[in-house]
Design a binder for this molecule. Structure first.
Ligand SMILES: Cc1cc2nc3c(=O)[nH]c(=O)nc-3n(C[C@H](O)[C@H](O)[C@H](O)COP(=O)(O)OP(=O)(O)OC[C@H]3O[C@@H](n4cnc5c(N)ncnc54)[C@H](O)[C@@H]3O)c2cc1C
Length: 382
């Protein structure tokens, strides 16, 4: 077992670290304050090949793997989480369902644009009335001739309303199974389809430079050929997508946790109190040591989950552990980093204020901490 990065992985990490510090850091505070989507950063990430990282070259990807994506997410989130979640959602929730389950026609039509970052896709699972209990989906799609007619709504959908959003994949009830349970399927809805409405962006606590909307479908018609994969496989599809996504969110959480350490070390060396830098006080040193320990162990947890996934082994439990632990650690580190910054930690101009506001959602999105505990317990046979 060797968790050290090889030369290629180190080079990728270094190049994204430089990009985050030199390109993202100087401008992201302004986007965050103004609640604007960072199109120019997304364009540059596209040029770097980040949107195509874990996909095969034959579809326009970079031929890398999911772990490479996680390394990139960690480095981006070390500086800013809005940018990191934009990439995470675009790749693991947007393009991945089409890559994994799409027909050759669907892949040929959508993947080149999505993998180059020229276009984004959203993943519409959550609804206003149901999130954790995703099987409770109420959106319906009825086959009428050679078209699906979709009615319903989706809540909190990332990347669903940008100027470059090309489509959303939507889970919908398409019938009833022989055992009486709902038949769920996934359908591709291109942006601009009549009957598909994107509400104005939410007013959020954090992730202010990322794009999130409620979507409504009112007799929205798309071709029957827009069914993603097999009819009735919607539940299995999103479970697979979310299992993988948890590793990516864990990586993002580790980045935020590490960013809190970076900022705290810097600040503790500069800030003077009682005649010396606050970093000379053991109370502050111990806080930072604990923060570093937490970021490190959370990193090992996501490395382990990713390694199992890439080896083709079961990884559901480890992905849930990584997500649960890393998101807890991110919230802990953001709270302590703010404390170390004193009053300045409460000022939006300091990155730790952004980290604090961005950390809480990590315990909620792509499965709450309670849901992760349910997955772990179930995997233990309970
Ligand atoms: C900024 C943002 C971006 C998002 N992006 C997307 C996206 O791109 N696509 C998408 O589909 N969704 C997205 N979501 C939705 C997100 O995944 C859900 O909010 C999340 O899964 C929780 O669902 P919920 O909000 O309905 O909470 P609920 O499911 O209503 O849960 C409320 C509380 O009850 C707890 N709870 C529920 N069931 C149980 C139980 N059985 N036992 C114990 N506790 C329980 C939960 O843990 C939680 O604490 C996003 C959300 C946000 C805020």
């Amino acid at each position: 077992m060797d968790f050290r990065l090889d030369e290629e992985q180190q080079a990728l990490r270094e190049s994204v670290r430089d990009f985050a510090r030199e390109v993202v850091a100087p401008v992201i505070g302004e986007h965050y304050e103004q609640h604007t989507f960072p199109y120019e950063i997304v364009r540059q990430m596209g040029k770097m090949g980040l949107f195509g990282l874990p996909f095969a070259e034959e579809h326009g990807g970079m031929g890398g793997d999911y772990f490479a994506l996680c390394l990139v997410l960690e480095e981006l989130a070390r500086v800013d989480s809005s940018v990191a979640i934009t990439l995470e959602a675009a790749v693991s929730l947007g393009a991945m369902p089409i890559y994994r389950f799409g027909t050759e026609e669907q892949k040929a039509r959508w993947l080149p644009k999505l993998l180059s970052g020229e276009a984004l896709a959203g993943f519409g699972l959550t609804e206003p009335g149901t999130g954790s209990d995703a099987g409770g989906t109420r959106t319906r799609a009825v086959l009428d001739g050679d078209e699906w007619v979709i009615n319903g709504s989706k809540a909190f959908i990332t990347n669903s309303g940008t100027d470059i959003t090309a489509l959303v994949t939507v889970t919908a009830v398409t019938g009833t199974k022989p055992d009486g349970s709902k038949e769920l399927s996934t359908i591709i809805v291109p942006s601009g389809t009549p009957g598909f409405t994107v509400a104005p962006g939410y007013s959020k606590v954090g992730w202010n430079a990322s794009d999130t909307h409620e979507l409504t479908f009112d007799d929205c018609r798309v071709p029957a050929a827009n069914l993603l994969g097999e009819r009735g496989r919607g539940f299995a599809q999103f479970l697979r997508i979310l299992d993988e996504g948890r590793i990516a969110i864990a990586a993002l959480a580790v980045g935020l946790a590490q960013g809190c350490v970076d900022e705290s070390v810097k600040y503790a060396k500069e800030r003077q109190a009682f005649g010396q830098p606050i970093g000379n006080y053991q109370a502050i040193q111990f806080k930072i040591a604990d923060m570093e320990m937490k970021a490190h162990t959370a990193r090992l947890a996501y490395y382990d989950a990713a390694a199992r996934m890439l080896a083709g082994e079961p990884f559901k439990r480890q992905a849930a552990i990584a997500k649960l632990h890393a998101s807890t650690v991110a919230v802990d580190n953001a709270r302590e980093a703010t404390q170390i910054h004193g009053g300045y930690g409460f000022m939006n101009e300091y990155p730790v204020a952004r980290f604090w506001r961005d950390s809480k959602i990590l315990e909620i999105g792509e499965g709450t901490s309670e849901v992760q505990r349910m997955i772990i317990a179930r995997d233990l046979g309970m």
